[in-house]
Design a protein around this ligand. Structure first.
Ligand code: VTB
Length: 421
């Protein structure tokens, strides 16, 4: 029989091992002021553990193009499902993977909070292949789904969010990357009366915090990286929130000199080659993360990250890491598992162990594994002769009223007892 396809739940835990490895490695470099080195160790650790995951993975968002990144480059095949037998490969699901081994390299280099290692996975085609350019985003939680519009004035969005949350605009907090390009947004939020949390880096965990209850963050607005936008969307889809986004490459909007960003025609060509024909498209959560089965895993990079909203109140792994997985997909089992279980149960029996005089001395379990062939634990029958007076009760169970059903009873043939298989 072919091995079973790895389930989503199993893969989630595998991915958590992957992000934890990256977070732990980066944590050892914390505060050393070398963000490139921190990133490098996170990438290497992530790559190494990734290959132990039984999957046929393909990187769709990673460290860059093949010629600029030695590992986790776009298009790279990762996972344990390559170069193995056909049977093994068949048990390894095909997945698209987006990673950021160290989101917030500056944060790590400075020893500041909220650097995280993240991974999102989906079935093939389930995550947008986003270019490594800027993206304008607005992210809100489940309560504010459907009431924000990336093109609406900030004050209108805030009024709608406040209404949905049943609070005043003054009681909202918006998280924004502290950049000159956000001057207008910051002014608009202030004028509307809401509070602001300005952050130096890391708009991915910031976006996620808008969709996690209890963080006291109600929206994340502004321009950050497009790859981070896709990763945010994967998490937001799992958390039932909403993100709207649009690519940005206009130097005026970015508030930078023309020479600082590639010319528009070049970007548009590149987008075309990636299959993006409308560079001004407004993306929603499903456009960015269309997958039906999405797994998002994140691990905080140091124990100082207890405050990271995403990872509050979740499992504490080794080295003081805080990790979280969110899964979006159909985890329901078909009801026929009950009928299948009933059929399987017919092959299980209760063994009544009896001594030579026929006195009951204990119970054990047995499994019918072939015609007339029962398997039980080695210690159950010390010698074949011990089976002579014992009994196997099949269909030994209670009826729906809780009454014992009459079992179907068999004796043993000690002379054909096989041991030490
Ligand atoms: C964001 C943020 C990152 O870069 O993508 C931001 O999530 C992009 O803006 O953590 P800048 O180029 O202005 O920094 C980071 O802050 C760092 O990569």
């Amino acid at each position: 029989m072919a091995p079973e396809l790895r389930t989503e739940r199993e893969l989630s835990l595998d991915f958590l091992r992957v992000t934890e490895a990256a977070a732990i490695s980066a944590a050892r470099t914390m505060g050393q002021g070398d963000r490139k080195y921190s990133d490098q160790v996170a990438v290497e650790a992530m790559r190494e553990v990734m290959d132990t995951v039984p999957m046929r993975g393909r990187i769709v968002i990673g460290e860059g193009e093949r010629d600029e990144a030695p590992m986790l480059f776009i298009g790279e095949e990762v996972g344990g499902g390559f170069g193995v037998s056909e049977e093994m490969a068949a048990s390894c699901p095909e997945v698209d993977i987006a990673v950021d081994p160290l989101e917030g390299t500056n944060l790590c280099a400075l020893g500041a909070n909220n650097a995280i290692a993240v991974l999102a996975a989906a079935e093939r085609g389930g995550l947008l292949h986003a270019p490594d350019i800027y993206m304008d985003k607005i992210v809100v939680g489940p309560s504010s789904r459907g009431v924000v519009d990336i093109d609406a004035p900030v004050k209108d969005n805030l009024r709608n969010i406040a209404r949905r949350l049943g609070r005043d605009i003054e009681d909202l907090t918006v998280i924004i990357l502290d950049r000159p390009r956000h001057k207008k947004i910051i002014d608009d939020v202030r004028t509307a009366g809401a509070r602001i949390r300005l952050i130096s880096d890391g708009d991915l965990s910031a976006g996620i915090s808008a969709a996690v209850a209890g963080t006291n963050i109600h929206a994340c607005i502004g321009i950050g990286g497009a790859p981070e936008g896709v990763l945010t969307a994967a998490a937001i889809k799992c958390l039932n929130g909403e993100i709207q986004a649009r690519l940005v490459f206009d130097p005026d909007r970015l508030g930078v000199d023309k020479g600082k960003v590639p010319p528009a025609e070049q970007v548009i060509e590149r987008l075309k080659s990636m299959g993006i024909t409308d560079p001004n498209k407004t993306y929603d959560t499903d456009d960015l993360a269309p997958g039906k089965k999405i797994i998002f895993a994140a691990s905080g990079q140091s124990s100082t990250l207890k405050n990271i909203p995403l990872t509050q109140a979740v499992s504490e792994a080794n080295n003081g890491q805080y990790s979280k997985i969110v899964v979006n997909g159909n985890e329901l089992d078909s009801i026929n598992y009950l009928a299948k279980g009933t059929i399987a149960s017919h092959s299980v029996c209760r063994i009544q162990l009896k001594d030579a005089r026929g006195n009951l001395i204990g119970y054990a379990s047995g499994f019918l594994i072939g015609p007339g062939l029962l398997m039980t634990n080695h210690h159950v029958f010390g010698r074949p002769a011990d089976a002579a007076t014992s009994i196997a009760d099949f269909d030994y169970e209670l009826d729906i009223a809780g009454m014992e059903r009459p079992p179907v009873r068999f004796g043993f043939e000690p002379e054909s007892c096989l041991k030490d298989l």
